[in-house]
Design a protein around this ligand. Structure first.
Ligand code: NAG
Ligand code: NAG
Ligand code: NAG
Length: 430
């Protein structure tokens, strides 16, 4: 029996019971498997009765479980007790009569994407063994409930989250009103928005509130802030294979750390040199000649990306953090790439101690702000943003809730199952 029918039956038979036990709610959970932890988001909402309505999600619980699932790569047998603890929490929080109709999704991002294929397979196999077994997972389980998200899915879910949180899926709004999403994570960077013109590649068609939205979404793997930092150091090591001491122009003077590659330890000192840092960053953001670019326009290398002009964009991840730490977000959360670039150019002249004191930030963050403050505007420019643009704003939280992809994921999945289980539901095309 499907979830809705169970719910109707229960609501019909036990009106008072349902009130005291809140059986009028529906529950759903996202287990966000990241590179340092698994974050459990449990939501509840009143099921919608009108297609164009959107559920109002309440987050019942948000809890981090450490270590990361990927840390069990050498010992997959430990995954079972780890998941047991998570599922025990969910069983405790979700009313028992609703267990069978509640979907629990496990979605893995960067942490599992960067392991080799065999390791990822072994981990995922163990997870599926657990989640598909009714005696360990009493909740609803279908194929695909435990999976690795592609960068594009992650981008799409973040885009859905933002537009859901800003009420852009209201019936009074049009797809033109939606807000774009641009995010620099640790390992990758993502962009998702509804372009003005037809999308030639990277289109994701999603149905929300009975309407279809054609979203362009792309994820650039290895273009996250951490990855770029590592690639800059690889570049420096390659330029000077014999050296055991190197200077990194993107790091601040007074900062240093050791990197080990091929069994050799290299000590890297900061040099606070913005000009040289930008020169290296540019090698990772190549602009190819027009005649090599097809379909047009191209963003980084030959990757197609539709024009971003006139869109409103919300910037997440390191874009927000860097803008915030460089003191660029005083009023209305606006973030002009050119302001970040100019600020970073000055910032990168400082030493680590000077920067930490002047900007009132912990020293362990201060060095990244030089690299990221130069890299992010350059990256945005490569993606087609105007450096002077005022259509990017940056925020971390909305109404006290951190803006992430999980609420978009639950909305996407619930909308999908709504149309699967309500065959007569019609789509309203725009
Ligand atoms: C499900 O899990 C239980 C308890 O761990 C186990 O005894 C049983 O064999 C499993 N069932 C399947 C089909 O794997
Ligand atoms: C890096 O390695 C050198 C030599 O092996 C050592 O003296 C130094 O303390 C290390 N620095 C850091 C930051 O770990
Ligand atoms: C920055 O690095 C470049 C290239 O190595 C060098 O020519 C320039 O003098 C450096 N600038 C400063 C301020 O050290």
């Amino acid at each position: 029996m499907d979830r809705k029918r169970v719910l109707c039956l229960v609501l019909y038979l036990f009106p008072t019971f349902s009130k005291s036990f809140r059986l009028d709610y529906q529950y759903g959970a996202i287990l966000d498997v990241g590179s340092t932890s698994t974050k459990v988001h449990l939501y509840r909402w009143i099921p919608k009765t009108v297609e164009t309505d959107l559920p109002k999600f309440e987050e019942v619980v948000y809890k981090k479980f450490k270590p990361a699932l990927s840390d069990f790569v050498g010992d997959v047998k430990m995954i079972r007790p780890y998941l047991k603890e998570i599922f025990a929490l969910l069983q405790q929080l979700i009313p028992e009569p609703l267990h069978e109709s509640t979907s629990v999704y496990l979605m893995a991002t960067a942490g599992l994407r960067f392991l080799d294929e065999d390791s990822t397979d072994n981990i995922l196999k163990e997870v599926i063994l657990f989640m598909s077994n009714g005696s360990m997972n009493p909740f609803k389980y279908l194929d695909g409930y435990a999976r690795i998200l592609s960068g594009e899915e992650e981008a799409l879910f973040a885009w859905i989250s933002i537009n859901y949180l800003y009420n852009m899926f209201d019936i009074s709004k049009t797809p033109k009103d939606t807000i774009g999403m641009v995010e620099v994570g640790g390992g990758s960077m993502q962009i998702a928005f509804i372009p003005e013109r037809p999308i030639y590649a990277g289109k994701q068609a999603v149905i929300i509130g009975g309407r279809e939205y054609d979203v362009y979404a792309h994820s650039f793997l290895s273009y996250g802030a951490k990855s770029i930092g590592m690639r800059i150091e690889e570049y420096l090591v390659r330029q000077n294979m014999q050296a055991v001491v190197l200077t990194n122009p993107c790091m601040l003077k007074g900062d240093s750390h050791n990197v080990t590659s091929d069994g050799k330890t290299v000590t890297i000192h900061g040099a606070s040199n913005a000009t040289e840092c930008v020169r290296i960053i540019d090698t990772y953001l190549p602009k190819i000649p027009e005649f090599l670019c097809s379909p047009k326009p191209c963003t980084i290398g030959s990757v197609y990306g539709p024009p971003v002009h006139r869109e409103n964009f919300l910037a997440l991840g390191s874009i927000y953090l860097t803008a915030d730490e460089l003191g660029l977000l005083s009023d209305n959360d606006l973030m002009r790439p050119v302001d970040m670039y100019l600020m970073a150019t000055n910032y990168c002249r400082l030493s680590l101690d000077e920067a930490a004191a002047k900007f009132n930030i912990p020293a362990r963050w201060a060095s990244f702000d030089c690299q990221n403050g130069l890299y992010i505007p350059k990256l945005l420019k490569a993606l087609g943003f105007n450096m002077e643009t005022e259509n990017i704003f940056a925020k971390r939280k909305l109404n006290g809730v951190k803006i992430g992809w999980s609420i978009g994921a639950i909305l996407y999945e619930e909308e999908k199952s709504y149309y699967t289980f309500n065959a007569d539901a019609k789509l309203l095309f725009n």
